[in-house]
Design a protein around this ligand. Sequence first.
Ligand code: E4P
Length: 213
Amino acid sequence: MKFFLDSASIDDIRSANELGILAGVTTNPSLVSKEGVSFHERLKEITDEVSGSVSAEVISEDAQGMVKEGKELAAIAPHITVKVPMTLEGLKAVKKFSELNIKTNVTLVFNANQALLAARAGASYVSPFLGRLDDIGHDGMDLIATISEMFNRHHIETEIIAASIRHPLHVTDAAMNGAHIATLPYKVLGQLVKHPLTDQGIEKFLADWNKQN
Ligand code: E4P
C-alpha cells in the first residue's frame, strides 16, 4: 500500500515529501478553503513539489460543468487527477475524462456498488470514506475489504484509495484489507512514526553512551 497526503497545506506536503514516502496528494474543497489561497495557484505549488498523482476536486454538479472544470485543472500539470463526486453526472464526466486520457478519482464512495460503477465508467481511483462510515455506526473497513475482493475477482485495475482516515489502526487495516493507497491527514502521518518504546530506547542508548564518554 502506498501513502498519499490528504492536505492542501504546502508546508505539510513539503515536510511529508522530505520523508521519501509520498506517492501523491489528495485535496478537497474543505481542505482548500481552510488554506485561504487561490485553488489553481496552490495546485501549481503542490504539483511542482510532488511528482505523483495530485487529486483536485471539481465543484460543478452537472457533467458538462465538471468536464470544463476538470480540463482546466488537468491543464495545470500532467499529474493532476480530477476528483469527481459519485453521482450520475459524475459518472458521465468520468467516462468523458477517460476518453480524454485524464485520470479521475471518484470520491464520496460509501458502498461497493458505487465503487463498481465508478470503475466501470473508467475511474483511475475510487475513494471509499472509512471514517465517515465509522461515524454513523457502519464498518468502513468492511467496505474496503469488499471492494478489494470485488475488484480482484473481476480483474478491475482501478486503485482503491482508503480515505477519511482518522487514526493509525485505519492505516494498518486498510493495508491488510487490500487498499492500494491510504490518503493520510498530516497528523496521522506523524502518529504512524511514533512508538513510546522507540523514544525510550533512544533515551536509554544516549544515556548509556554519555556514561562512557
Ligand atoms: C480524501 O480524498 C477525502 O477528501 C478525505 O479523506 C475526507 O476526509 P474526512 O472525512 O476526514 O473529511
